[in-house]
Design a protein around this ligand. Structure first.
Ligand code: HEC
Ligand code: HEC
Length: 295
């Protein structure tokens, strides 16, 4: 009898905790805000309406806090997302409302610089992996169906997707001598020629410089800024060598990192840059480790 009572009491406590948790987690809607993502969306171009609707539900549950109620990157909380020094960070705008030319631009895609949109695979890759050094978490546990649904929902948010052909990514082979010294040295020399203007000089300690992005901070006419990556002190958003290769070959959409400036570099030279950046990441890690050990 006693165990029975204890069990029911335990179950009651769990139920109450779940309800309280759900209430606490529910975002509050400021009055007069248009809840665009709350409406049923009509599917576009061959996508099944059910899939888009499922994506919308997943979006509301997992993405809306950061990507916004209208999916335009406007944060749900008044303070929004901030860097450690208090600068605003915007999650990607999927509607084009805050882009300076009304475009939907993705950063980590084979479409690269100047291209809009992204392939389904590139989108799923970012959703699975997340972007290190930013608030964007990785959602490893999502099933392929859920990923398809999220991608279908994202693609229902801008009419330009209807005519966009999603090409399959090229197959890229990582060289077997990626981290060899001769590559690091070649990469170091190329980096000095082509990259230090924005990324600063890790050899002399000159820091990277702030660069304008193509997105307005919503409701203002000032564009957001980002500092070019500091390879010694910051993680790569996507650390896989193939991703780093793509970023250098194709550039980063929506930012100043235009690969036309080094279009003459061969794929092999790009791999040497990847090698040098990986070397800088290791150096940074070692320094951090040393500093921690001395504390
Ligand atoms: C805690 C906040 C947060 C959550 C939750 C979140 N994101 Fe993000 N997301 C971000 C931020 C911030 C960026 C922009 C990072 C940058 O530009 O450096 C981003 C960027 C993206 C990008 C752009 C990738 C590119 O190539 O430009 C996609 C796609 C994306 N998020 C999808 C999602 C989806 C789908 C979900 C829900 C399953 C989600 N995000 C949940 C914060 C978040
Ligand atoms: C005109 C300025 C500029 C130049 C020149 C430039 N970059 Fe960048 N780069 C940036 C900016 C800005 C970012 C950060 C973009 C962001 O996070 O939104 C960046 C980010 C990166 C990243 C980060 C990718 C990740 O996953 O985090 C890599 C790798 C990179 N640059 C490599 C290079 C290499 C190699 C060169 C030289 C061939 C180079 N860049 C030249 C501006 C520049």
């Amino acid at each position: 009898m006693r165990t029975w009572w204890l069990l029911s009491l335990g179950a009651l406590v769990v139920v109450v905790l779940i309800i309280v948790g759900a209430l606490l987690k529910r975002p509050s809607y400021p009055e007069g805000d248009v809840v665009l993502v709350g409406k049923r969306v009509r599917a576009s171009g061959g996508q099944s309406a059910d899939l888009v609707e499922r994506g919308r539900q997943l979006y509301i549950a997992m993405c809306m806090t950061c990507h916004g109620r209208q999916a335009n990157g406007l944060p749900v909380t008044p303070e929004g997302l901030r860097t450690q020094v208090g600068e605003p960070i915007l999650a990607r705008d999927f509607t084009g409302q805050t882009h300076t030319a009304g475009k939907v631009v993705f950063k980590y895609t084979w479409q690269g610089w100047g291209g809009e949109f992204a392939s389904d695979e590139d989108l799923k890759h970012v959703i699975r992996e997340g972007l290190r050094g930013t608030p964007m978490p990785g959602f490893e546990g999502l099933s392929e169906e859920d990923l398809d649904a999220l991608v279908a929902y994202i693609k229902s948010l801008h009419p330009g997707w209807k005519t966009f052909q999603s090409p399959s990514p090229p197959s890229v082979r990582v060289p077997s001598d990626l981290d060899a010294t001769h590559r690091i040295e070649e990469g170091r020399a190329l980096f000095q020629q082509k990259c230090v203007t924005c990324h600063g000089d890790p050899e002399s300690g000159r820091p990277p410089i702030a660069q304008p992005l193509q997105w307005y901070y919503p409701g203002t006419d000032s564009v957001l800024m980002v500092t070019a990556r500091d390879f010694l002190h910051e993680p790569l958003r996507l650390p896989d060598p193939v991703d780093v290769f793509r970023t250098i070959r194709k550039g980063i959409g929506g930012t100043t990192m235009n690969p036309q400036t080094w279009a003459e570099l061969t794929d092999d030279q790009i791999w040497s840059l990847v090698s040098y950046i990986r070397y800088l990441q290791r150096q940074g890690q070692e320094k951090k480790q040393l500093a921690q050990n001395q504390e």
